[in-house]
Design a protein around this ligand. Sequence first.
Ligand code: HEM
Length: 460
Amino acid sequence: VHPQTTDTLPGVPVVDITSVGPGGTPIQQAMALMREHGPVFVRRLYGRDTLFVGDLDLVAELADEQRFAKHVGPGLENVREFAADGLFTAYNDEPNWAKAHDILMPAFALGSMRTYHPVMLKVARRLIDSWDRDARAGRPVNVPDDMTRMTLDTIGLAGFGYDFGSFERPEPHPFVESMVRCLEWSMTRLARVPGRDYSAADAAFRTDSAHLAQVVDDVIAARTGTDQSAADDLLGLMLSAEHPADGATLDTANIRNQVITFLIAGHETTSGAMSFALYHLAKHPTALQLVRREVDELWGERADPEPTYDEVGKLTYTRQVLNEALRLWPTAAVFSRQAREDTLLGGRVPLRAGQAALVLTPMLHRQPVWGDNPELFDPSRFTPQAEQARSVHAFKPFGTGERACIGRQFALHEATMLLAMLVHRYRLNDHADYRLTVKETITLKPEGFTLTLTPRTTAD
Ligand code: HEM
């Protein structure tokens, strides 16, 4: 466990939030504090200090793998209580990190998405069948709830050959409910008032994390005894693949941690990203029109197009929409870095070896490099020319370096295809004149965002 104490840093404002606490939306609170105090500040809560950074030059330094590495801070320590040494929460020097990373990397290379494509398409059709029923009945759809159904079923089937059947359930799958409560526990545990009794919350957490483990054991049991070599999905790899260097395999406890990790990391963030993208499209007719033009060029008036793997690669504007949605609301909104040696950040902020800085990605994504109206949703920020002209460190929704998101291509393929299919099929009616409320459960979502749908006719 890495203790986290920060001496007051010269020239860095310290904001003590103890009297108000971080509330239910700590990310948005930190964003407000950064707007007020500038792109580097220390947040103090009950004497515990956290250094927040949004400044582009400083983030570029923090991304230097020679000087900095991933930090498993207090938030991730809490997630470790139920994901242990899974990839996302493993310490850098924990042997199981490198082992699992090397074994699983090939399964996430861009080419591997061809393998997952048919499953992604099958689950996209489940969502469309459900939305067709809602459209016929004139019922609004709850966008984040349905996106979560779709991403959970996708990672379950594509990763582990396990069907959560989320669209056959009126309520979220119990796994999701337990998972959301575990994530909320991890977040609110950071805000505990010293001396208060939290034993009831902790007992509820233990019940939920036991439930996660139980579901995962079912997922694994459904596979043992079958011929693993035939399965080229994540679980097949984990159960059978040997490390390229020394032939070692993953142990049972670690496989369980990886399955929990992938089920969580593989669906919450992606569903939030798609929900925000649909929110922006519902509010920006010009961008929506451009997505329509792109999908109509590919699929014309076909009622049920059968998107191919290669076609998804051609959806460049749709991909820009997703990137722009992830710029404004990166759904995993912070990542933490630690100094490898004593160092001066930006030549002025002294950090001791092991000391952490938390990158506040939504504010990095609103720095001056993004122009003078960073709040404006504008997918043209992600044309290849615009991207080339900008520092690679200006956009970090998937984190950085060797601990960056392993599932990035998976998420982008899944989300781009689904967005395109939805825009091709429906008119999105912002029937409730939705006002954005961002819900935080470690990840971000547009809470209570609903749409009504009308099938598109050829003319619109
Ligand atoms: C790591 C974001 C989708 C699996 C990360 C990190 C970020 C991130 C910021 C780095 C965290 C850190 O530095 O502490 C996202 C976003 C996604 C997404 C925004 C969707 C839009 C996925 C998917 C999967 C996945 C679909 C799996 C199928 C992981 C794993 C790690 C990770 C396993 C840990 C990697 C390691 O440390 O070796 N993700 N992610 N993510 N992500 Fe994602």
